[in-house]
Write a protein that binds this ligand. Sequence first.
Ligand code: BG6
Ligand code: MG
Length: 221
Amino acid sequence: MFKGALFDLDGVIADTAVYHFTAWRNLVKKHFDAELPDDLEEKTKGVSREDSLKVILDYLNIQVSEEEFAALAAEKNDAYVEALDDLTADDILPGIAKLISDFKHHGVKLALASASKNGPVILDKLGLSDAFDAIADPGQVAAGKPAPDIFLAAAEVINLTPQDCIGLEDSVAGVTAINDAGSISIACGGSELNHAHKRFDSTADFTYDAILKAWQEQAKT
Ligand code: BG6
Ligand code: MG
């Protein structure tokens, strides 16, 4: 039986992924009068603010100074934080509130393993801060997703080995990070996440029983 659950935030706990990409789109429109294609969103999912901006500038083939880079990242974050203004517990994705309560009931420890520096604020707005035993600090890890660092840190802050944990993700980079950390990856999304140990179509399928079954199947292999 797993002892810990390492949660991604955006796109797993709350439907905030769309706010991130909308903020990038608006920024790029304003500063460069350019549009971002839909398929660029996956390349920024799970990826840190700075790495996301690099992906976007590479796509646009635009070079900026260090100062401009920092100013763009800050402006995007201001817009993103503003979009979070009205976030409440109603924005918790389907199935997640029940899953968290079932995990707690079964003594599973919970850690946040998000790339987002806004993680603590978002958990607070969703009324979930007390449910989590710990939050891994993305500002303290050497490398962002797809590197495993944030999941390794998340297991460590709840005093567990990664092998005793499952990781929950909605991004390609995040699933790779969980796998490389040595945890069992449970994903929600399309076939781009087929590298997960177990993939479901949506968070609504993230039930305690289904996840336990996935863990038990993996334990046999
Ligand atoms: C991840 C998102 O959870 O957090 C990414 O999927 C985002 O899109 C990253 O870039 C960093 O978030 P923030 O809030 O620190 O800019
Ligand atoms: Mg995510």
